[in-house]
Each structure stands twice: as C-alpha cells, then as structure tokens.
Design a binder for this molecule. Sequence first.
Ligand SMILES: *[C@@H]1O[C@H](CO)[C@@H](O)[C@H](O)[C@H]1NC(C)=O
Ligand SMILES: *[C@@H]1O[C@H](CO)[C@@H](O)[C@H](O)[C@H]1NC(C)=O
Ligand SMILES: *[C@@H]1O[C@H](CO)[C@@H](O)[C@H](O)[C@H]1NC(C)=O
Ligand SMILES: *[C@@H]1O[C@H](CO)[C@@H](O)[C@H](O)[C@H]1NC(C)=O
Ligand SMILES: *[C@@H]1O[C@H](CO)[C@@H](O)[C@H](O)[C@H]1NC(C)=O
Ligand SMILES: *[C@@H]1O[C@H](CO)[C@@H](O)[C@H](O)[C@H]1NC(C)=O
Length: 282
Amino acid sequence: MISLAVISLASLLYSVDSSLLTVPQNPKISGGVNASLEDFPYMVSIRLKALESSTGFGDGFFCQGVLTSPRSVLTSSDCVLNGSGPRTPEELGLVLGTVSRTNASGAIAVEPEQIWINHDGRVAVIKLAREVLYVRPVVLNEFQQDGGKQCILMGWGANSTDGKPVETLQEVYVRITKEKCPQNLICARADKENAGICLWDTGVPLLCDGSLSGVYVGKPNHCGIEIEQFASVRAHWDWIGAQIAAANGTNHRSAIWCLLIMSLLMTMQNVTLSTQYPTMNK
Ligand SMILES: *[C@@H]1O[C@H](CO)[C@@H](O)[C@H](O)[C@H]1NC(C)=O
Ligand SMILES: *[C@@H]1O[C@H](CO)[C@@H](O)[C@H](O)[C@H]1NC(C)=O
Ligand SMILES: *[C@@H]1O[C@H](CO)[C@@H](O)[C@H](O)[C@H]1NC(C)=O
Ligand SMILES: *[C@@H]1O[C@H](CO)[C@@H](O)[C@H](O)[C@H]1NC(C)=O
Ligand SMILES: *[C@@H]1O[C@H](CO)[C@@H](O)[C@H](O)[C@H]1NC(C)=O
Ligand SMILES: *[C@@H]1O[C@H](CO)[C@@H](O)[C@H](O)[C@H]1NC(C)=O
C-alpha cells in the first residue's frame, strides 16, 4: 500500500508538466503554434514506408501516435487499417525524437513488430521491434474530464483545409465538451475559430493535466472549431494496459528491471515498518 501510494504520487507529479500550462502566443494543428520536443518527447509520426523511400523523409507521413512504454505506441485504428484490412507492420515507419516532419536530424526510426486493434475498432497498439530507450513515454490519464476543462492537442496535420501536413509539430488548446459526446468517447473543441483538428490529424493525442486522455479517431475532412471525438483512454484502460504489458512481456530486460524495483520497494517497506515500531511502543 505504501509503495503503491509512492508510485501514484510520483506519476502524478510526473504528469503535471508546468511547461504545458503556459498559453501559446497565437493559438491557431490548424491555428496552432510550434511545439517543443522537451514538452512532447513521446510524439510519434507514422509514415508509409513505400512513400518515404520513393520521395523522401516526411513525404510518407499520414498519422500520429504516442510512445506509451519503451516497446509500445498507441494510435487510432484508422492509422493501421488501409480500407481492405489491417496493414502489415512492414508497411509502417515510426519516427520520434524530432518535432520536424521532414528534417531527419535527431530522428529515431523504430520498426513495428506487431499490430493489435481493439475489438471496438477505435484504438490500436503497435508493438515495437526494439525498446526505445532514453525517451520519456506519455503518462496515461484514467480520470474522467469535466466539461470546460482545458486540454491540449498536438500533431503534424495541415493548418488549413487546402494545406499539406506542416513542417513542425503544432500544439493547440481545446476545451472538453459533453455536448453530443457518445459513450466511451471524450470530446473537445478549440476555443478559437479556425483552430483544432485538421487534415492528417488522425491519431493525435489529447493531453489533460499533461497526461494522455484521448486519441483522435476518424479521418478529418475539415479544419476548425467543430466538436471533435477522441477515443477515451479511460474507457480503453484495461485493454491498453494489457497490450502494453504484452509488448513488454517478451522483454527480459524489463522483467529484470521489474524484479529489481519490486525488491527495492519491499526493502523500503521493511525500512518503513522497522522505523514505525519503536514509536508505536512508546
Ligand atoms: C491494403 O493492404 C493490403 C496488404 O498490404 C494490400 O494488398 C491492399 O492493396 C491495400 N489496399 C489499399 C486500398 O491500399
Ligand atoms: C535540420 O536540423 C538541424 C538541427 O536542428 C539543422 O542544423 C539543419 O540545418 C536542418 N536542416 C534543414 C535542411 O533545415
Ligand atoms: C500554414 O503553414 C504554412 C507553412 O507550413 C504557412 O506558410 C502558412 O502561413 C500557414 N497557414 C496558416 C493559416 O497558418
Ligand atoms: C515554427 O517552425 C518553423 C519551421 O517549421 C519556423 O519557420 C517558424 O519560424 C517557427 N515559428 C515560431 C513562432 O517559432
Ligand atoms: C513496461 O515496461 C516499462 C519499463 O521497461 C515499465 O515502466 C512499465 O511500467 C511496463 N508497463 C507494463 C504495463 O507492464
Ligand atoms: C523484510 O523483512 C522480513 C522480516 O524481517 C524478511 O524476512 C525479509 O527478507 C525482508 N525483505 C527484504 C526485501 O529485505
């Protein structure tokens, strides 16, 4: 219990990133401002390898995802389906480590190994062929979000209906709305006109209190202040957790870390208990 409390307190402190609380200068994906890698290191751009290799770095971009553990990426199922069925892992290229879509400097390319699609067809988890080390994964947010709450979106989608995907990752503030929001979804809308989800924003993460509350599902055919629907992390909590664990599962290094942390926590509990006994005896 003590160790659990320590873990959740730590993850809570971790999830509230003060840099997320600053208001963008010009809140305009459309209507956004340049985002920084320090704020969103876990952002993944998803590319079609065939288009990448034939034309150039960034041209195959079509979707976003987020790193949820060293071995897993969460995205919209629309990013892993191609109309006739699931894509093969070999078709997809995942890139993180940069806010730029086209400049390969600093980019970390990761190979997908396996794709799992949730039974409701909304979200998907991509198991990575190798661990992504030294990149902070996103913290998952299982809390219900109140209407009116300010959250944030980020993506490389276009900034206007006739636009192309942008060069630099954009971020924009939105507010949670309960209006016409179906069950198991979380809905949000930008405060300003001409801001919010735009073309190529499928898989965009919705962050509330600095942690992941939703994933944009559907293929946007418009840009701007409409109410947008996100698959709720809360509603998919168990499934997402199970996939992340399964992606971790075959990894011996993680298992060793897990054992190390568990024994450390047990030792901590012993220390706490032994320091408590004397005071109880007084
Ligand atoms: C979807 O992917 C399959 C297998 O990779 C391929 O055979 C098919 O042509 C693709 N369909 C579309 C519409 O791209
Ligand atoms: C790519 O990014 C690197 C590092 O930020 C920079 O030095 C370089 O000039 C950029 N290249 C282009 C073509 O913009
Ligand atoms: C969209 O981005 C392009 C550069 O990628 C920029 O030239 C243009 O002004 C932007 N449009 C809007 C409406 O912000
Ligand atoms: C945003 O990034 C673009 C490069 O994609 C750069 O040209 C522009 O100056 C940046 N805008 C701001 C406000 O830093
Ligand atoms: C997956 O492994 C990482 C460390 O490798 C750990 O932080 C995380 O808690 C694990 N997740 C699950 C669901 O087991
Ligand atoms: C904790 O204390 C118990 C009883 O004193 C002992 O048997 C156990 O080995 C200790 N565990 C660790 C991890 O130190």
